[in-house]
Design a protein around this ligand. Structure first.
Ligand code: SAM
Length: 496
């Protein structure tokens, strides 16, 4: 690894680079300071990419992209800007190795550019299937389905919603009956396969709205009317404990009304889209784990990468999307899906053993060793690991799993960076949207550390755009370690 310089000259820092990473200077921070100093010239605060653009917010009113709310998604406008910034053209292929609701793939389709995505979660695949067929639906059939929904009360069914433990009592019993009645009724309708798929997607996309739950970052929040909460509170009162406050979602909408509103919106969007179809291009969303899929992809294939991995923020997608996963029949598989996610929760176990076996099975054991060596010799990551250990000994870390989460997060990302370098063509631009984080008073510069790890494989760091809006801290962190606004960044690297 190239030795980093440790200039103390404050002139070399821009206001965007930090000169302290450890609250009260408790832990060593020189390696992290050196990283910010090394990439200070690339840090650029810009209004071009604001918080709205980098989150799902801007998609809420967008044709097509608004069909399913994916809070962790970025916006179609961001992808469009990045495609232009990277000068990607038709005939090129873009890769999104953490495709989520497939914003990158869809925007590429709208711009007539080929794209490949990789994603683990089944409801994201359903969303992609439904949205990517926008030009193939039979509008007359969709309008007649709308009429049928208006006029029909679907027959009751004995089919039951197969709940996961964490989704039990998420619906009132009447709502659950209605949901299953529509599910079964749609399945039995004599309609085109595309229409059937769209109906299934429609139901999967309204589950949160009709339930006693609300997705809230790390958790599913529960309305106090849910049986689960009521029973729990009864118990607490008997035990002399204060009942827990649930949220209040107000009057829940009628499922028929939500279905009609959403279908209406979709019909309007499809009519608009069909009026002005894009140039023909090809997209493919691969269902799988990026860590194991990428090493098997041919080299020099992609002209650009536009992606946003899960942030190192402990959000567990398999919990927040448990309703959607259960609805699609994911049951025992949920544990696998949780463990397959890029390590970003305290529950994730190390994947290093599995990665070694995988690289060995494809005849690339040396490559595995080289990548791991780069992770293990990174000075800043070593500093962060030591700092978090020290913080843990001092009692500053509220969950020991944070230590393994952070190390695994960067280890796994490094495997991705290595493979991205291999699968990209010369001149390709690679964009990662991510947030810096702080645990136990230790700032973790995800943007500069990722850039540093990527550089080890040959990527040329090109730009680190910093959003004007910084990321806040949890109230727990602020109480103990004060307020420390953190960078939300878009890092761009180039393959020379
Ligand atoms: C921040 S979201 C991406 C959102 C996306 N940009 C969008 O606009 O919808 C990260 C995604 O990575 C997926 N993911 C996490 N670990 C993965 C893995 N090992 N392989 C494939 N996908 C993974 C998650 O399921 C999640 O959907």
């Amino acid at each position: 690894m190239q030795q980093l310089s440790f200039f103390q000259d404050t002139e070399t820092y821009t206001s965007l680079a930090r000169n302290s990473f450890s609250h009260d200077g408790v832990c060593a921070e020189m390696a992290r300071i050196a990283l910010d100093e090394r990439y200070a010239h690339l840090l650029e605060e810009t209004d071009k990419f604001n918080r709205q653009l980098v989150s799902f917010q801007a998609n809420k009113t967008e044709v097509l992209h608004s069909w399913m709310k994916y809070r962790e998604g970025f916006s179609a406008n961001l992808v469009e800007l990045l495609i232009k910034e990277l000068e990607v053209e038709s005939g090129d292929v873009i890769l999104d190795p953490f495709a989520g609701s497939a914003t990158t793939l869809l925007e590429a389709k709208m711009m007539g550019i080929n794209a490949v995505g990789i994603e683990l979660l089944p409801h994201c695949h359903l969303a992609w299937e439904a949205k990517s067929r926008a030009f193939d639906y039979n509008l007359d059939e969709l309008r007649s389905i709308r009429g049928l929904i208006e006029q029909t009360i679907p027959p009751e069914t004995d089919e039951k919603f197969q709940h996961l433990k964490i989704t039990e009592t998420a619906f009132s019993s009447q709502m659950e009956k209605d949901l299953m009645a529509y599910t079964y009724w749609f399945e039995t309708l004599d309609v085109d396969q595309n229409t059937k798929l769209l109906c299934k997607f429609l139901l999967a996309s309204l589950l949160e709205e009709i339930s006693y739950t609300r997705k809230d970052g790390q958790y599913l929040r529960w309305d106090s009317r849910a049986d689960k909460i009521r029973k729990n509170n009864k118990k607490r009162i008997i035990q002399g404990k204060k009942p827990l406050n649930g949220i209040n979602k107000g009057t829940l909408p009628d499922i028929k009304q939500v279905l009609l509103e959403r279908l209406n919106r979709i019909i309007i969007d499809i009519a608009k889209l069909k009026n002005d179809p894009p140039l023909l291009s090809h997209q493919n969303l691969i269902e799988g784990n990026t860590l194991y899929t990428l090493p098997t992809v041919a080299a020099n294939k992609f002209s650009a990468v536009i992606t946003s991995p899960p942030y190192a923020n402990r959000y567990d997608y398999t919990r927040t999307y448990a309703l959607e996963l259960a609805y699609l029949g994911v049951y025992d598989e949920i544990f696998n899906l949780r463990q397959s996610q890029l390590s970003c929760t305290v529950e994730n176990k190390s994947k290093v053993g599995k990665l070694e076996a995988h690289y060995q099975s494809i005849g690339c054991h040396n490559r595995y060793k080289q990548i791991l060596d780069i992770v293990e010799s990174n000075l800043a990551l070593a500093e962060i690991n030591i700092a978090l250990s020290k913080r843990n000994e001092r009692g500053d870390v509220n969950n020991r799993g944070i230590l393994t989460m952070i190390n695994q997060y960067f280890t796994e990302l490094t495997f991705i960076f290595a493979e991205l370098y291999r699968v990209c063509c010369t001149g390709a631009g690679v964009v990662f949207v991510n947030d810096n984080v702080r645990y136990a008073g230790e700032v973790i510069p995800v943007d500069t550390l990722s850039t540093n790890l990527a550089e080890q494989f040959g990527f040329i760091p090109h730009k680190i755009y910093v959003l004007p809006q910084r990321k806040g801290n949890s109230s727990q962190q602020m109480g103990k370690f004060g307020r420390e606004p953190l960078r939300k960044s878009i890092t761009i690297w180039k393959k020379p």
